[in-house]
Design a protein around this ligand. Sequence first.
Ligand code: FES
Length: 290
Amino acid sequence: MTVADISHRRKFLAQGNVYLPHIVVIDRIIDETPGVRTFHVNFKDERLREEFTFESGQFGEFSVFGAGEATFCISSSPTRGGHLEVTVQRAGKVTNALHRLGAGAEIGFRGPYGNSFPLDLMQGKNLVFVGGGIGLAPLRSLIWNVIDNRDKYGRIDIVYGARSPADLCFRYDLDAWNKDKTINIITTVDRGDEGWTGREGFVPQVLEQVAPSASNAVAIVCGPPIMIRFTFPVLEKLGFTPEQMITTLEKRMKCGIGKCGRCNIGNLYVCRDGPVFSYAEIKSFISSEY
Ligand code: FES
């Protein structure tokens, strides 16, 4: 796998006025944690419902009318079509406005933007997913995608953690993956509560204990910046090369299509060159700029 292999996976759906959002309707809302919700949305336009496609790892610009626009990855898998899912942490004006909406409300969507996870390069490989908190959202799209094409991939290990049991997202997915005998899933929390009987410890430490083999493997990492920074050295210690490590970065974005310069990191634009990068691409600046 080379750096270029990942970088050129950029897909633009840009046709006509690229800043013009399509209307999507909120069908369903799932409370993940006290501050995180997953919204199931669908295009109001029937033609778009049928024709819209995306790939795991891509993102969209979602707008709440009167409040503004914000960037979120698509957290559902293209293999489970019919609607899009977006998982949103309440953190500012747009996300607060989104959290106030109910089923039936209309919001704007433009995308999908960015590159995607290199599925063809992952075929035949053992996959190690490492996620923290809401960082499971983009991984989840990929994990379901892989599960729905299970015979194309080798062993699957998932190490997922959150600060506390209440901060674990996608519990329904964690339950389903736990029941799947072809998946080895380890869930951990930084600090448990009285009801928690699972593992305690930070994700990078637990990953080191689990020690998945680097042989014929690819590690896909997403979580808070600090978790990502501490996870890469652990993977290197386990024998993973920078080309065997993939992550997806989140940066404050505006245009989403490489025009405004807002998402610059090192010599890259996260929206245009990513958001999916190999560690080899970002290693030189990840600790100082992310
Ligand atoms: S968000 Fe505008 S250049 Fe990336």
